[in-house]
Structures are given as C-alpha cells and as structure tokens.
Write a protein that binds this ligand. Structure first.
Ligand code: CA
Length: 368
C-alpha cells in the first residue's frame, strides 16, 4: 500500500496516472503515462499563535515548507498568524466553514463546541507526550478524534507536543493546600477548574498579557508552558518561585485541523504527504522542546537565580483527586465524550502499569 502511494506520488505507473486523473477531475490520457499536467492546490492555514512564535508558531511554517517541497509545489499552503485572517480562537470555525482549509491550534480551545475535544490536548494527570501520541496512533484515539470532529466537517492530526509543562511561576511558596486559597492564577481549562474547587481564583489571560498582569500584582501566579517559552516571556523578572511538575498539562498536544471537503478533494498522494508531514512536525516539536527546555532551565537557574521547587506531595495528591472529579464532569453530558474518556483512561492505566517499571523506574535509577 505504502509503495503504491509512493509510486503514485512520483507519477509512476499507469495506476498512478489514472488515480491522479480521476481525483483531479481532469481527462486521463491512457495512451501516455507521464504527459498529464497535475492539478495544484492553494490552501490557507490559520493559527492560534503570534507570527513566528517559538516552537508553536514555527511548526505550521515548517509544515508548509515541507509539504511544498515534498509535493513539488502541487500543494502550496500559506500561513496566517493569529488575527491575520481570523482571531486566535476562531481557527476551528474557520476550518469548519472552509474559510481556511487548515488550522494549527490546540483542541481544548474548542471544548465549548464539543466537550470531548479536551482529551485530544491535555487532561490534568492524563497522558504525557509519548503516551498521547501512542493513544492517537495505536490506541484508537485517531478514530475517536475523527468521530468527534466529523459533524463539524473537520479532520485532525496531531500537530506537535510541548512535553510535560511546568506548574508555573509563583510569588509565594506553596507549602500546603491553604496556600492555594485566594490565589489568583492564570491557568486555563480543566486545571483552572481544579484550582477553583480548592479555593483559588483561576483567570485566563492571553500569553502576551501575562507578564504585565504578574508585574502589577493583578495575578499572583501563572502557568504558561515550560522553561523555553517562559524564559522568552521573562517571567523570572516578576516571579520568584518556579514550581513543578505541570500536573495540569502533562504533555499538551497541538493539532492540525483540515476541512473535510478540502481533504477529500486531495489526490491520495497529496493526502499521504500531508499526513506524513504532520507526523514529522509532531516529532520535531517534541525534539525542539526537549532540547530547548533543558538549555533554558539551566539559564534560568544559573543566570537568573530562579528558585525551582516541587509542589508538595499532599498538594499534588489532592489536586489529583479533584482533577478526576472535574474530568468526569467534563465528559458527563455527552455519550461520545464518555467513550473518549473511557478510551483515554484505559490507555493511561495500561501505560502507567508498564511505565512504572520502565520509564519511571529508569529515571529513578539514573538519579541514584
Ligand atoms: Ca500551559
């Protein structure tokens, strides 16, 4: 199958010529195998990120370049940063309506449209980067994702992962659950809901406004991503303590969304190129975050004197308990979201059993 698609991509063989002819809606020329002009496609891709934002914003740029090269220019994708064509949080609507053929964002932004969306980005105490990718590709996640987005006329593929995030920046120490009471923290999504139930005050501030909010004392704490992106925003200048781990976002997966009609109109070889490029970008983003987070953490500690601290075990265990309640409620009202949650959690329990004696045991041994 793979070989056939590659041959088609190269325009080799009669099967390839006929396929390209049918999908492109052009006359096929059975007597000649190679002289047929191939249809080209021009797509728009809208994102939720500022132009050239490190990591997240560069991924769609690299994706478009990769697709252009691999397709020899037959699929040309133009990237629009947040606000250039549509606002950051209207990416999904734009792709669903066909205003843009593609989007790059994070599925949990669309939880208001379909509660199941949450599970395809991050769930507090849920799957990490390695596990969520594995769930999507080998654990039934992709099929469920297709089912969740089908009513919106959208298909999605993973679009990179930040890895485990940090718990965030705080201006006071967190030593017990009492320290969360009244804490005004920028923390979106389900993590924010968990904080609220423990007496905190979650607020959602766009990335670009967090620094000022922290500086003026409008908020006491913030989470963002990890050392690489957090260093770029300069949070170390306005907050003293940097806590770990990112219990609320243990491996946030980005998404490439595609208008289903536009997707179905692509010849098979271009579909294969798009899918393959999304896979490449997914790997590449995690590699980039892994390398740059390491370097940025060193810089934060050694050059900027940031105090890096763990959240106490009893605080984490209570967060975990409340997170499970919140997760169940999120999925509660929808049969489909319940099925997604069941699949997600079964995969987590199963991978936890093995990862306890593999990844976790190895990290522990390496630190002895
Ligand atoms: Ca975050």
């Amino acid at each position: 199958m793979k070989r056939r698609q590659v041959m088609t991509a190269l325009g080799l063989g009669a099967a390839g010529a006929v396929l390209a002819g049918c999908s492109g809606g052009q006359e096929s020329a059975p007597s000649t195998q190679s002289s047929e002009p191939q249809q080209t496609f021009q797509w728009k891709l809208v994102t939720s990120w500022p132009k050239n934002f490190p990591g997240l914003g560069m991924a769609p740029e690299r994706f478009a370049e990769m697709v252009r090269t691999m397709s020899n220019g037959r699929l040309d994708i133009k990237i629009f940063a947040a606000g250039e064509l549509v606002p950051a949080l209207e990416v999904f609507d734009a792709v669903s309506a066909g205003t843009a053929e593609m989007g790059h964002a994070a599925a949990y932004y669309w939880k208001g449209k379909t509660p199941a969306a949450q599970f395809f980005t991050a769930v507090p105490f849920g799957l990490n980067a390695q596990e969520i990718s594995s769930w999507i590709n080998y654990g039934g996640g992709q099929e469920l994702w297709d089912e969740v987005y089908k009513p919106f006329g959208v298909k999605a593929f993973p679009g990179g992962n930040t890895g485990v995030q940090m718990a965030g920046w705080f201006n006071k120490k967190i030593e017990s659950l009492d320290d969360l009471k009244g804490l005004k923290m920028r923390i979106p999504g389900m993590g924010g809901e968990v904080l609220k139930r423990l007496g905190g005050v979650p607020v959602n501030v766009p990335g670009g406004e967090i620094f000022t909010n922290l500086q003026t004392g409008a908020i006491d704490a913030t989470e963002w991503v990890g050392p690489y992106n957090d260093l770029a925003f300069g949070f170390y200048k306005v907050a003293e303590y940097y806590y770990y781990p990112g219990w609320h976002e243990p491996g946030s997966q980005m998404e490439f969304s595609i208008n289903l009609e536009a997707w179905n109109a692509l010849p098979k070889d271009l579909q294969q190129i798009v899918e393959t490029a999304t896979r490449a970008i997914s790997l590449e983003m995690l590699d980039e975050y892994t390398a740059r987070n390491n370097a940025a953490l060193k810089q934060l500690v050694e050059e900027h004197g940031v105090k890096v601290l763990p959240l106490p075990d009893d605080v984490l265990s209570e967060l975990r308990k409340v997170a499970d309640e919140v997760t169940k409620e999120v999925a509660g009202g929808s049969e489909l979201a319940q099925r997604v949650m069941a699949s997600f959690e079964a995969f987590r329990d199963q991978s936890q059993a093995y990862h306890t004696i593999s990844e976790h045991a190895y990290y522990k041994a390496r630190n002895l």
